[in-house]
Design a protein around this ligand. Structure first.
Ligand SMILES: Cc1cc2nc3c(=O)[nH]c(=O)nc-3n(C[C@H](O)[C@H](O)[C@H](O)COP(=O)(O)OP(=O)(O)OC[C@H]3O[C@@H](n4cnc5c(N)ncnc54)[C@H](O)[C@@H]3O)c2cc1C
Length: 452
């Protein structure tokens, strides 16, 4: 059994000089270095989004004797998916019963509300209506109700048109599913709070540390050197990666396969102008189209007093492509060359064209919204923020909906020490505290940490 011992405190120096003692091994990303001068950690968590931050927090809270680092490439935490999303706490209605998504969402929501109360994080339990506006949607709505019950989503109920109007006076629909415990929060604030807990409990956080290389160290005790290929490096016994949009790239660096590949889909939002924010008080969602992993364009109040409408789903031309002008030719070429993406694009070409048209022409998007609230017009909206979703995809074009973990036990000193969280899709933010517990369990099991 491998034992993690507590290590003495090391200096706060981040920039380190690496001494090359043995030249390159077989692949370009594996080199054996002497790491005498690096900061040393029992565990390094790479990726400071809500999942990485929650996992790092859970690991130090469970194992205060361990030295844990959290590395983030941007100059602040939660810069990507975790800071650019709908801000909804989902109740666990949509997901296939028995999946990790379903279980972790229901557990995660309970843990989240408790945590927000403890920390004084602002949230609102404003509920959610999933509304069928056409007869053809009613059977799917009833299926969702059934799923929600199986998943343990609390207090959900079916409403008729009158019931819908009692909750949201301007909303029209034939039938709806009402989820009273669905809520809203600012997930960037939540992620920052996790980082604060982590640091207060003895963890060390780094920003502006983009991990570009894993190097096999001479030291058997700290076999993994994590480097930005410039000035920064640390050494670790074990590594967890939670890199969101870059989870495929980072996994490849430790010898894991390229798939599941991450395809970036931008989701753009409109804002209701402030004078019209009173038009929606609760979340209003469509009955999702089962062919797509996206929940569809919804109306969502934010904890900051605005109402957002969206998101759509269009291919981003860069992993961090928040605007049409954000183009990364290398990443775009990589997506277009991927057989899975080409298959998906062929299959859903007309859906893609419609989404693009709605992205460019606001009135087309408003038409979608007017199915629920006719009073909202193009004059009532302005362009809002955007988020980029890390959509995991298989070679055959299948969209991977559940969480995926990967490692290469026994493959090399590095591969056997790393666990990758390769897919943490929506409702990853809702589920983050539950995901963190599962990750910590997984790391204990896989790396056989000695507890206490
Ligand atoms: C448009 C949209 C709407 C959504 N709405 C909801 C919602 O309402 N409710 C909900 O529960 N979920 C929602 N989600 C899903 C949720 O946001 C994600 O599941 C969650 O944020 C994933 O967190 P993460 O930490 O895995 O990823 P991220 O937040 O993307 O974090 C990954 C981090 O890793 C860092 N990183 C990447 N590569 C490196 C590297 N080489 N070195 C160092 N750092 C690196 C990145 O900079 C980033 O900070 C939504 C997502 C999107 C995109």
């Amino acid at each position: 059994m491998l034992t993690l011992k507590s290590v003495p405190a090391f200096s706060d120096l981040v920039a380190r000089q690496l001494t090359i003692s043995v030249p390159c091994l077989s692949t370009r990303n594996y080199r054996r270095y002497s790491n005498k001068s690096s900061d040393k950690f029992d565990i390094a968590v790479i990726g400071g989004g809500i999942v990485g931050a929650a996992a790092a927090r859970e690991l130090v809270l469970r194992h205060p004797q361990l030295k844990v680092a959290l590395l983030e490439k941007e100059n602040r935490f939660a810069s990507h998916q975790s800071g650019n999303n709908s801000g909804v706490l989902h109740a666990g209605i949509y997901y296939k019963p028995g999946t990790l998504k379903a279980k972790l969402c229901v557990q995660g929501m309970d843990l989240a509300y408790k945590y927000y109360d403890e920390k004084g994080i602002k949230y609102a339990k404003c509920g959610k209506l999933i509304v069928a506006t056409e007869r053809s949607e009613v059977p799917r709505l009833l299926d969702l109700y059934d799923r929600g019950l199986k998943n343990g989503a609390k207090d959900i109920q079916l409403l008729d048109s009158k019931g819908i109007r009692e909750i949201e006076p301007l909303c029209r629909g034939l039938q709806a599913l009402w989820s009273p415990h669905t809520g809203i929060v600012d997930y960037a604030e939540v992620a920052r709070s996790y980082v604060k807990d982590f640091v207060t409990s003895g963890g060390k956080s780094y920003v502006s540390f983009e991990v570009k290389k894993f190097i096999e160290a001479e030291s058997a005790e700290y076999p993994v050197i994590i480097s930005d290929e410039k000035t920064l490096s640390i050494s670790a016994k074990y590594v967890l990666t939670c890199c969101g949009l870059h989870s495929d790239t980072i996994a490849v660096l430790t010898g894991c396969p390229e798939e599941p590949k991450i395809i970036p889909f931008r989701g753009e939002y409109l804002y209701l102008v402030p004078s019209k924010s009173h038009l929606a008080k609760t979340n209003i969602y469509p009955v999702p189209d089962p062919r797509f992993p996206f929940l569809g364009v919804h109306i969502t109040p934010t904890v900051h007093g605005r109402v957002i409408l969206g998101p759509n789903a269009i291919l981003a031309y860069s992993k961090e492509g928040y605007k049409y002008s954000d183009v990364n030719l290398k990443e775009l070429k990589d997506v277009l060359a991927f057989s899975g993406f080409r298959k998906l694009a062929m299959k859903y070409a007309s859906f893609g064209v419609k989404e693009m048209s709605r992205s460019i022409f606001i009135p087309l998007q408003i038409k979608q919204i007017q199915k629920y609230i006719q009073e909202i017009t193009s004059a009532d909206v302005e362009r809002g923020p955007a988020g980029v979703r890390a959509q995991a995809m298989g070679k055959d074009g299948s969209l991977i909906e559940d969480f995926v973990f990967d490692s290469k036990p026994g493959a090399s000193a590095i591969g056997s020490r790393v666990l990758h969280c390769r897919n943490a899709p929506s409702p990853g933010a809702t589920s983050s505290l539950a995901i963190a517990k599962m990750i910590a369990d997984k790391m204990e099991e896989q790396f056989k940490f000695k507890l206490g």
